[in-house]
Design a protein around this ligand. Sequence first.
Ligand SMILES: [Zn+2]
Length: 197
Amino acid sequence: MVHPDTELRYISDAIGWGVFATRPIPRGTITWALDALDQKFTPTQAALLPEYARNLLDKYSYIDAAGRYILCWDHARFFNHSCEANCLSVGYDFELAIRDIAAGEERTDDYGTLNPDEPFSCLCAASGCRGAVQPDDMLRLGEIWNVLSRDAFFRIRQVPQPLWHLVPDREIVEAALADPNRLRTIHHHYRRQPIAH
Ligand SMILES: [Zn+2]
């Protein structure tokens, strides 16, 4: 579920829709959490879908560490990619604002953290645009993402968290907040092989 201080806005014919902050969202805020209505499809289940549904699943889902396609039920499925994303995860089923997000600013992810099946060209407007997002970005950029998101993680208790009740495995998150040595890394999300069926 997406943070309540966000809304869907149409950007352009080329980009389509995006998710924008309606109020300032401070660094350390949980901006999305996996919830009970988000749908999970194994590769076998996905392959059995009608073609139109499979195409939509490919467009709007991300892939988790077990190789499942996760289709968010709300406007989370319209998060766009940026090579300088303002939201990342540190290895749990939620994402954090890794810097302050201003009202009116688009909320973005780095699709390199979401196990893309195929490389794709990137035309994001970020000054540090990589030019392409690769399936193995996690292996090359994971440590950078860990550094970017670690500080945000330890601000979880310092900012309002309207999505806290949705966070899966809250006791595991609490343990990491109490002991930094128990903090996961973003590699926790990297798709393991073989892909689950
Ligand atoms: Zn880019």
